[in-house]
Write a protein that binds this ligand. Structure first.
Ligand code: 13P
Ligand code: SF4
Length: 302
């Protein structure tokens, strides 16, 4: 089947099934182009909750589809590639969090959205990279637990001045950025600003001009007067940035910054998802109810 035929078939099935395609900013170009909405984790959670559609095809990784399923239990949420997980989200499970919490009685738990439903169910409030600082400030406490990303925890501690005890997790894509990458990028592109994601290590963040979630990079690129920007996050976002801002040149801070799991979804798999209603992501109601509390607490404050 040609690319056009696949798109046409996807369009037909979407209207027949009242389906909507959501895609994360790291998805491959053909998937971003076929999506009804492309965004960061926070934008996609909000969309999933607000949409009137009966079926959501979630082009991203498993925890994102799970978040959509938690917020919209009456909708069918499909993940086109069931193997698309997030290794960072897999670095802590519900049992481990329960045991860890028991060592710090009384401390609130903030979980990054990159966690399983089970971990969200054990947490007080969820956050994304867009709103982590406001979520932590909203708690009105000086000390808290944060799972699973130690880099995001360190960044939020720096920004808020709070004592944050972080789980020892990390994103292998962002953790690999080094100060040398930023120094080298500045040498190659002396006029460029450097924007990095808060999942990067703190010594990398310290050398950047801006620290932004992927959604905030998209927004900032629309208004910046800068004509050259070095991007320190998963390289897939550069497709969207370049498409929306043809007068700006974007350079990856690391050529090899690729999330293998984000690349597993293809247009052919989106079509298969719609044809076969696979892979359906559902969360057991008792876990979903508790996890929803943590996500809604976040949505209320951001
Ligand atoms: P955001 O798109 O929310 O910035 O998150 C990045 C990410 O790593 C998603 O897995
Ligand atoms: Fe997980 Fe990192 Fe991939 Fe995001 S980029 S899905 S945090 S492994």
């Amino acid at each position: 089947m040609s690319g056009m035929d696949v798109l046409e078939k996807i369009g037909e099935l979407k209207s027949r099934k009242n389906a909507v395609i959501l895609a994360h900013n790291y998805q491959v170009p053909e998937v971003q182009d076929a999506a009804d909405f492309v965004g960061d984790s926070l934008e996609l959670s909000r969309k999933a909750a607000d949409l009137a559609a009966g079926v959501i095809v979630f082009c991203g990784v498993h925890f994102m589809a799970e978040t959509a399923a938690i917020l919209s239990p009456a909708k069918t949420v499909l993940l086109p590639e069931i193997e698309a997980g997030c290794p960072m989200a897999d670095m802590i499970n519900g049992r481990e969090l329960r045991a860890w919490k028991a060592r710090y009685p009384g401390l609130p738990v903030v979980c990054y959205v990159n966690t399983s439903a089970e971990v969200k169910a054990e947490s007080d409030i969820c956050c994304t990279s867009s709103n982590a600082v406001s979520v932590v400030n909203s708690l009105g406490v000086d000390e808290l637990l944060f799972v699973p990303d130690k880099n995001l925890a360190a960044y939020v501690a720096r920004e808020t001045g709070k004592r944050i005890i972080g789980w020892d997790g990390y994103c292998y894509v962002h953790h690999r950025f080094t100060p040398l990458d930023i120094e080298e990028a500045r040498r190659l592109h002396p006029k460029a600003e450097v924007w990095v994601h808060p999942e990067c290590p703190l010594d990398v963040i310290a050398l950047a001009d801006k620290t932004l979630s992927t959604g905030k990079m998209v927004l900032e690129a629309r208004t910046t007067s800068c004509r050259e920007i070095v991007i320190g996050t998963e390289k897939g976002i550069i497709y969207r940035l370049a498409k929306e801002n043809p007068s700006v040149t974007f350079y990856p801070a690391r050529e090899t910054a690729l999330c293998v799991n984000m690349k597993k979804t293809t247009l052919a798999k989106v079509l298969r998802a719609l044809e076969t209603d696979t892979f359906r992501v559902a969360v057991p109601p008792d876990i979903a109810d508790r996890a929803r509390g943590a996500i809604q607490a976040m949505l209320r404050i951001s």
